[in-house]
Write a protein that binds this ligand. Sequence first.
Ligand code: UDP
Ligand code: MG
Length: 304
Amino acid sequence: MFSVIIPAYNEEEIIPKTAKVIDEILSSESIDHELIFVNDGSKDSTWEKISEQSKLIPSVKGIGFSRNFGKESAIFAGIAEAKGDCCAVIDCDLQHPPEKLVEMYRLWEQGYEIVEGVKKSRGRESSFHKLAAKSFYGIMSSAVGFDMSRASDFKLLDRKAINVLLNMNEKNAFFRALSSWIGFKSTEVEYEVREREAGTSKWSTRALFKYALTNITSFTSAPMQVVTILGLIVFVVGLGASIEALVQFFRHNAQDGFTTVIILQCFTGSFIMFALGIIGFYISKIYEEVKGRPKYIIDKTTED
Ligand code: UDP
Ligand code: MG
């Protein structure tokens, strides 16, 4: 069975259409499927629409959150509920072309375990949004070790990958990066981002900023090392300033005590920063341990 997970937050206008379109496409290809709508604590009648559809279309199922927990949580709830041998995640607003689900499914049948939906272009966005996205994906790409700039949540995962993701006990799991981090035999399907069919984007600038911060910090401890580098810079600058102060002292151009003060200032400053950097390094180790990511993921053995 093919499980399709659809996170929905305030999407009342589009639910019936999304359910109908996806169900028809998969039925016409005679792919056995279930559509799992995850209502992420919507404030409108999204839940009523989902339960209505579940009565009309047998493959539609619904899960409802007690409040808004965010898209990542909705995706993981859907994955946990999925009964299929593989599952796909798709946006509710039909910006991800549903026909591509068939293409992804066929690739899975050929033996691919992860099929990534890759954006051909990023759709229409403001230039501020573009710049912010670019810097976010720049940091993320170097943290994860591969290009994330065209990555999206639109992807298909084999049961093996689903089980690995479900066994991770990270609270701030970033689905888009984690599903690539786990490895497995993967391939890509390109798609063109469509316009939203109804409603508006559910992301405010504030929400996006928070999202970027949580995801960067859940994947890399690089920001913590910034202070070490700053300590080094302050040390070098301080060394220059101290030499200059000493020269002035020996030329008898310096005010009484000024030389001692400036040298002490420069060195204590840089030593404190170094010390913070070292502490930061240990914290980053603790943080990696706390996340409890597996040391390795076994794909197959000759015993299977
Ligand atoms: N979504 C969600 N919870 C949220 C925000 C969004 O489940 O807190 C869902 C939303 O219903 C949609 C998908 O995530 O199915 C993508 O959201 P949206 O279209 O607003 O994002 P954009 O396409 O603008 O990146
Ligand atoms: Mg959208």
